[in-house]
Design a protein around this ligand. Structure first.
Ligand code: GLU
Length: 372
């Protein structure tokens, strides 16, 4: 049993609790009703203290597998998607039954990555979640596995929970699974109680996942913690097998790892640019432009552009890479890829001549740009 405890973080106001399949089920497809009841009562405790709660719940695929009596997770995508369709309604039913004891209404929200990548949809989801909280419900979010094909997938609910935490500006994210926290395997062999900054050494402590139903493992939990902490959200990784885990973590009285929120919280639009996109296209820039972006916080001008890879339209989000191919920034580009050969390397006066009607001559304006 781990002995070290997490330190006490700041007061919670809005929290996201992410629950993995392993902690919600006993074996394949059997829900652990006691555990669900325990979590519902923890959520009720938090709400009684005025804390808003959003749940990100896995388990749809696992429950579908159970209903179909499949001993192993199928490899074919359509079979997994079918399992999710079967399991998701059961999952929601169980959550509602669990919360009935506390007079709490749940609300199902199923998302694909596109729902958060496309700005208008992202803003729509944000409004709806706000409204669900205003209606005093507990939103229960999952990936819309049944329709999300590879390109529009979050892939795992750790990533989804981090994006949701950033979206709703949660004060805390709890990633609750059967893992007791981040273990320092090479060093003490114990749980790391507090991580001030996610360094390569911290990332190296994470290993992959092995169980039949689990998806992400510690690697995806750490990268989720990275996204959420940059949104100013404190992140706990702890085990749901511990009694009353969430309130005890908040009181600094339970084992687990706490990731300190970044002091410099990125503004919402920059977070969306940095973490909600998976750009395929690349805009190549010269060394002077890299310096102007990294050291001076400037916009990207045509003079520094040297080329591009992949097609893009004006208004799309692209990666910006230096001469050695390393991505240094990400931003919303004001010109389409077809225009790049003509404008690459042009000074501002030449740009003004080429585009006499355009108000914005920056290729990527600094307000639409984030360093990565
Ligand atoms: N969305 C998947 C499910 O409900 C789980 C993904 C995950 O646990 O990361 O089964």
């Amino acid at each position: 049993m781990p002995s070290r405890e997490t330190s006490c973080p700041s007061k919670p106001s809005r929290v996201v609790i992410k629950l993995g399949t392993g902690v919600l089920t006993t074996g394949i497809g059997q829900l652990n009703m006691q555990r669900i009841a325990a979590i519902c009562s923890q959520v009720a405790q938090l709400r009684a203290q005025g804390v808003e709660v959003i749940i990100v719940s896995s388990g749809a695929v696992g429950l579908g597998m159970g209903a179909l009596k499949l001993p192993k997770k199928p490899r074919e995508v359509c079979k997994k998607q079918a399992c999710a369709a079967i399991g998701q309604s059961r999952l929601m039913q169980i959550w509602q039954e669990g919360f009935n004891a506390h007079g709490i209404t749940v609300a199902q929200v199923l998302l694909t990555h596109d729902d958060l990548r496309v700005r208008a949809r992202y803003l729509g989801v944000k409004e709806t979640l706000k409204q669900l909280i205003a209606y005093d419900t507990v939103p229960v979010i999952n990936e819309n596995d049944t329709v999300s094909a590879a390109e529009i997938k979050f892939g795992d609910n750790d990533t989804l929970s981090a994006m949701v935490s950033s979206l709703v500006e949660a004060s805390h994210l709890f990633i609750i699974s059967t893992a007791p926290g981040l273990i320092d395997m090479k060093g003490t062999g114990e749980i790391v109680p507090v991580v001030e900054r996610i360094t390569p050494e911290i990332e190296a402590m994470a290993g992959g996942t092995t169980s039949e139903t689990a998806v992400g493992g510690m690697i995806s939990k750490i990268s989720a913690a990275k996204v959420a902490t940059k949104a100013g959200c404190g992140v706990f990784i702890a085990s749901g097998t511990e009694e009353n885990i969430v309130p005890r973590l908040l009181a600094g009285k339970a084992p687990g790892t706490f990731f300190v929120p970044s002091g410099l919280k990125m503004e919402a639009k920059k977070r969306w640019l940095a973490h909600f996109q998976r750009p395929h296209a690349v805009l190549s820039v010269d060394a002077n432009a890299v310096r102007a972006l990294l050291e001076q916080g400037r916009s990207l001008l045509a003079v520094g552009v040297t080329g591009y890879e992949g097609r893009f339209d004006a208004g799309e989000v692209v990666n910006i890479a230096g001469p050695d191919g390393t991505t240094v920034a990400r931003g919303k580009v004001s010109y389409a890829s077809e225009e790049i050969p003509a404008l690459a390397g042009l000074k501002s006066d030449a740009m003004a001549k080429l585009y006499p009607q355009r108000k914005r001559l920056e290729v990527v304006h600094r307000n639409d740009l984030v360093l990565v």
